[in-house]
Design a protein around this ligand. Structure first.
Ligand SMILES: [Zn+2]
Length: 251
C-alpha cells in the first residue's frame, strides 16, 4: 500500500511538473497559460496529447520535436522528474498530514522558480505573491516551534540578502531577496539561515566547477535562484538531521 501511494505521488508530481514548466516559462513573458494548447517553440506545431506525456514523451522521442526534429531542452523532463521525486519524498517523509500540503506547495513554488530563473534569470513577483498567502495560512494551521519562527525567518531572509546585495553589488538580486522572504515563512528562522549558508556553499562549488571546466566565463552572470531552490529543498526535508549531524561533529 505504502509503495503504491509513493508511486501515486510520483505520478502526480510528474503531471504537476509539466504544468510548472508551462507556468515558469509563460508567466515572466506575460503569456496566458490556461486556455492554450502547447506548441513546439521552434516550429510552432501544435502538440498532440501523446507529445505531452510527462517524461515519457521526451524519452520516446529521444529529446526531439516529432515534427521538426529540433532538440527539446532537458529542463522540461528534469523539472517533471524532480517534481515527481520531491512529491513522493514529501509523502514518504511526512505522510498524510496537513504539513504535507505545505511541502507540496513549497516544491511547487521552487520548481516554477527554477524554470523561470534558468530560462530568463527572473524570479516572477506574480508567482511569489500567489504562494505567499497559502504559506501564511498553512503556518497558522501547522505552526512552527516557536510560532513566530516563520515571521522571523522571513525578516531574516530579506535582511541577509539585502546585506549581500549592498556589499556584493550584483551577486544576488531583488528577486532572490523576495524569494527568501517567502521561503522564511516555511523554513523558519533556523531553516532560513541554514538555507542561506547551503545556497552559498552550493553556489561556490558549482561556480568553481563551471569556471574550471570553462563552461562559463568568470564574469558571466549566473542565476542564484537554482542554488536557493536546491538549498531550500535540502533544508526543508533534511535540515534537522543535517543540523544534528553537524553539531555532533562539533561536540
Ligand atoms: Zn518542432
Amino acid at each position: 500500500m505504502e509503495s503504491v501511494m509513493i508511486l501515486l505521488f510520483f505520478a502526480l508530481g510528474l503531471l504537476f511538473g509539466s504544468f510548472f514548466n508551462v507556468v515558469g516559462l509563460r508567466v515572466p513573458k506575460k503569456m496566458p497559460f490556461a486556455n492554450d494548447r502547447s506548441r513546439c517553440p521552434k516550429c510552432n506545431h501544435q502538440l498532440a496529447w501523446y507529445d505531452n506525456i510527462p517524461l515519457l514523451s521526451f524519452l520516446l522521442q529521444q529529446g526531439r520535436c516529432r515534427y521538426c526534429r529540433e532538440s527539446i531542452s532537458y529542463i522540461y523532463p528534469a523539472i517533471e522528474f524532480l517534481t515527481g521525486i520531491f512529491f513522493a519524498l514529501g509523502y514518504s517523509l511526512i505522510g498524510l498530514q496537513l504539513e504535507l500540503i505545505t511541502a507540496l506547495l513549497l516544491v511547487s513554488l521552487l520548481m516554477i522558480i527554477l524554470v523561470s530563473d534558468l530560462a530568463y534569470m527572473i524570479i516572477p513577483n506574480k508567482v511569489l505573491l500567489f504562494f505567499l498567502p497559502f504559506f501564511l495560512i498553512m503556518r497558522l494551521i501547522v505552526p512552527l516551534d516557536p510560532w513566530w519562527s516563520g515571521l522571523a525567518g522571513a525578516f531574516a531572509g530579506i535582511a541577509i540578502i539585502m546585506l549581500v546585495i549592498l556589499i556584493s553589488k550584483g551577486g544576488m538580486g531583488a528577486g532572490d531577496m523576495k524569494l527568501f522572504g517567502v521561503l522564511g515563512i516555511v523554513l523558519g528562522l533556523q531553516g532560513t539561515f541554514l538555507s542561506f549558508f547551503l545556497s552559498c556553499i552550493i553556489g561556490a562549488i558549482i561556480g568553481l566547477v563551471l569556471i574550471g571546466f570553462r563552461i562559463i566565463d568568470r564574469k558571466q552572470p549566473v542565476p542564484f535562484g537554482p542554488y536557493i531552490v536546491v538549498a531550500s529543498l535540502i533544508t526543508y526535508f533534511f535540515g534537522e538531521g543535517l543540523m544534528d549531524w553537524y553539531f555532533t561533529i562539533l561536540s
